[in-house]
Design a protein around this ligand. Sequence first.
Ligand code: KG4
Ligand code: ZN
Length: 340
Amino acid sequence: MPILAFETSCDETSAAVVHHGRVLSNVVSSQIELHAEYGGVVPELAAREHLRNLLPVARSALGEARVAVHQLEAVAATQGPGLPSALMVGLKAAQAVAFVLHRPFLGIHHHAAHLYSPWIEDNPPVADFLKLEPNVSLIVSGGHTLLVHVQAELAHRLLGSTVDDAAGECFDKAGKLMGLPYPAGPEIDRLADGGNPRAFNFPRPMIDDPNDDFSFSGLKTSVRYFLRDHPTLLDDAQAMRDLCASVQAAIVEVLVTKTLRAARRLRVRCVTASGGVSCNRALRRELATACEREGLTLKLAAKTLCADNAAMIGVLAERKLALRAHETSLDADILPSWTL
Ligand code: KG4
Ligand code: ZN
């Protein structure tokens, strides 16, 4: 029987229906335009939008999946981490549905869901955990940069994370300094296409540190000083492309180098990546090149599942239910700072 899942941890309102690993529907309503005006996500606005959108999004997800509410076997939602007021909307709605239907409720860890999202095939969207092998997983988004050792299904250990800004935040803040609209990541990706990644030399913070942590605020600061000293570059279209390519190359090199180093050290034969920044074409390309060179398998989240979505929440919830790993109380609260 199918599972209905909600994701409302940040600025995407999403509902999905999953059945036997198959994503029957995955409806995502993005609030990017609403927050763009403020240059970042405004928590109270996000919560209000989730309240407005969740019901229509859930209706669409059930309709697309051709599943009636009474056919649901369980209901799941992101329990954390994320913005408290935003998490609250999806969690409490899911618990209410589970209560009315007398079905189990599952509160899902947002990052754990990202971890397993590369195992959801794209077309058709089906999760195949039988193929899962031990891996090092890179989760890169606007809020997080994490390296995780996945030993087996539902067995994972955090290796490192960012000590300051997330990789996506670095894309967005560097882009803002260059006058690009929020979120700047996709625009930098696009402009970098016609640019020279070696035109300007930006720092690769912590690239040689033996630990698995990241730091991106220094890179953002160096872009700020560089632009202060070379303000006219912003008026030159080719210089802008070179700038985007050079900043992107610095971020990507740090992410790829540290991910591959962890994989080598832990002797895993597989690398995975997910999160909004894993849409970045240079990152996907460089990870592919590095993994091929080292004879590693690379599993990238499908482009439609990189950013936040309820499909990954539903897929993990179904596996947890099947493995009897977990059922969450209907009174359970949000866990905004839940660690992996
Ligand atoms: O996972 P996500 O949708 O939301 C969370 O932050 O949880 O990730 C959004 C982040 C933003 O920082 C955005 O600029 C970045 O992902 N992003 C990209 C690309 N697409 C999205 N960064 C670089 N290149 C891209 N193509
Ligand atoms: Zn996320």
